[in-house]
Design a protein around this ligand. Sequence first.
Ligand code: ZN
Length: 403
Amino acid sequence: MRPPGPLLRIPYTNPLPSPTIHPPFASTLPGAVSALSSFLLDPASSLNPKTVILTGAGLSVASGLADYRGTNGTYRVNKTYRPIYYHEFTASHAARKRYWARSFLGWSNLSKAQPNSSHYAIRDLAKLGLISSVITQNVDSFHPKAHPEVKTLELHGYLRAATCLSCGGEYDRNEFQKELARLNPRWDSFLQKVLMTGALETEDPVEKQRRGVIMNPDGDVEVPDAPYTTFRYPACPSCLAKPPDAVGTDGKKGIVEVDADGAWGGNSNAGILKPAVVLFGESIAERVKEAAEDAVDEAGRMLVLATSMATYSAWRLVKRAKDRGMPVAVVNMGGVRGDDVFFKDLEPEQDGSQGVRTEVPTQSLLPALVQELQRSQSRVFGSPAEIAKFEQGNRAIFKDMLS
Ligand SMILES: [Zn+2]
């Protein structure tokens, strides 16, 4: 199944068929809660009783961020949108200007967006002792924000930093934003104007478009006819101070030159700053790939949330779980790539402990699931008040026995 060569992040754009629900009663909210409770609590497995969670873009939609796919798995708000590819970013100064201009416009809104009920429900599931770790394909940092105490692996990196292609140094995205504003005062005035119209804050994509902006996934904002060629971005400060000995993008010794204000250019071939995300067409770092495999291997089940597993990097992790004999649950509105592979061996009468497939939205399902599990846990172990009452009852019985 594994393609030769490095593991690339590549979008899968074919339409996906509608899923078969497992067990059939998981088509309703109470049914899905019951099935997932059985899934998470099943004591039968000989593997680790804890679950590894894999999440995707659908989880952040309730935070106001755009998804790559719509609910039916094919429709997208902006059908003409095509994300930048790694080779374009590294090879072309013009492509980088365009990328950073659009990212500059999108960042203020993205940095204000907050985790939603699904992220906090994951925190609560972990508090119940049910979760081993989280693997996310999302680059919005909502998981580390909502549950810093839960081990989280960001498979495709994160937008909260920019990283240097030459030295690997990382820079805080908020500080980087200030540099972009300083180098591009007219773009900054334009951004302030757009922010004042509220066009970036409205949830309605049609209204956004009417106000002249198009929001795409991963903080990309498109403004038709904008003069992207005028945008400037800074060079890596450490590579500027000490040009790298290693070769630049053209195979020659590293050269880092900036204009009077500090914008990258001239004869530069190094010190290029890139978002700390795995761009499409870029390889996932070997250590990240291995950490993701370890996260799967140390768990006993896998719960997949709000992803169509459109990227092979995500799909192969679920396949790995299944091949290890781990039960798999998938919560996603719309089809999922290669879905049948994960559920074809389930017994028809199973209660969810062997596997779950449901389309109930995570933002209503996960908080309800947490409530149910908190209730059932207090039934098993007893809440402090219940235990006190039980002990009081015992004392009364013992007193009777003595008299
Ligand atoms: Zn550098």
